[in-house]
Design a protein around this ligand. Structure first.
Ligand SMILES: C[S@@+](CC[C@H](N)C(=O)[O-])C[C@H]1O[C@@H](n2cnc3c(N)ncnc32)[C@H](O)[C@@H]1O
Length: 227
């Protein structure tokens, strides 16, 4: 398990996010030219109805949880990185922030009406287990939205490779916790492609699974309904 393979033990993932927490939001804005905000708002809109009790798993510095709260949800954000959560807490007290492991959450079955995961699924040590855990805490009929980086096909692919496999790791070397930006493209390479993620979601107990691609196919939003 190394940053180069894009697979790290949970403790190493947590330490990595603790280290990059101070620059995480700025790196997101820079790497996506500010589009990440729009993708999170779209994710919230796709799954949250006003009054829903919403889980934002792997909430990090909180931007997707806050988008879900703005869409009318009563939101609980869960993450295991204290430093990422500190940033989230500083942004909003309208969301309940909980330090915990998304693979074993401290919630009863069927606690939530909707769930979101933004750029977090790729970091889970056990993706299938994480999807089953999301399904467990959702009510039947609840909606899930998983926003994740994916690999584009077609004309954008060479630009993507230059940017993501070349410039992002290089930029990361100059920043605190720079190895995170070696891990980032490697973790995208080993993560299932959009179609395969749909199949894993179905196997975990979701139906009506669909995905949309953003920004020419570099980001995918998968949605589904808990069976
Ligand atoms: C790339 S950040 C995404 C943060 C946020 N959702 C966003 O949209 O920017 C991934 C987050 O997943 C968290 N994470 C990874 N595995 C986790 C686990 N098993 N339990 C809880 N949090 C986890 C990390 O601590 C990190 O904050």
């Amino acid at each position: 398990m190394t940053v180069e393979t894009g697979r790290l033990a949970p403790d190493a993932v947590r330490t990595m996010f603790d280290r990059i927490a101070p620059v995480y939001d700025a790196m997101n804005r820079t790497m996506t030219a500010g589009l990440d905000r729009r993708w999170r708002a779209e994710t919230a809109r796709a799954v949250v109805s006003p009054g829903d009790r919403v889980l934002d798993a792997c909430c990090g510095t909180g931007d997707l949880a806050i988008a879900a709260q703005r869409a009318g949800g009563r939101v609980t954000g869960v993450d295991f990185s204290q430093r990422m959560l500190e940033r989230a807490r500083a942004k909003s007290d309208a969301v309940e922030w909980i330090e915990g492991d998304v693979l074993a959450m401290p919630f009863a079955e069927a606690s939530f009406d909707a769930a979101t995961v933004g750029f977090g699924a790729r970091n889970l040590d056990d993706l299938e287990g994480g999807l089953r855990e999301l399904r467990r805490v959702l009510k039947p009929g609840a909606r899930v939205g998983i926003l994740e980086i994916t690999r584009p096909h077609g004309v954008l692919r060479p630009f993507y490779k230059l940017w993501f496999d070349g410039l992002v790791p290089l930029a990361g070397k100059l920043l605190p916790g720079g190895c995170a930006y070696t891990y980032l493209p490697a973790s995208v390479r080993r993560f299932p492609e959009a179609k395969e993620l749909s199949e894993l979601m179905q196997a975990a107990g979701f139906e009506q699974v669909r995905y949309r691609l953003f920004a020419g196919g570099i980001v995918a939003l998968h949605t589904g309904t808990a069976r």
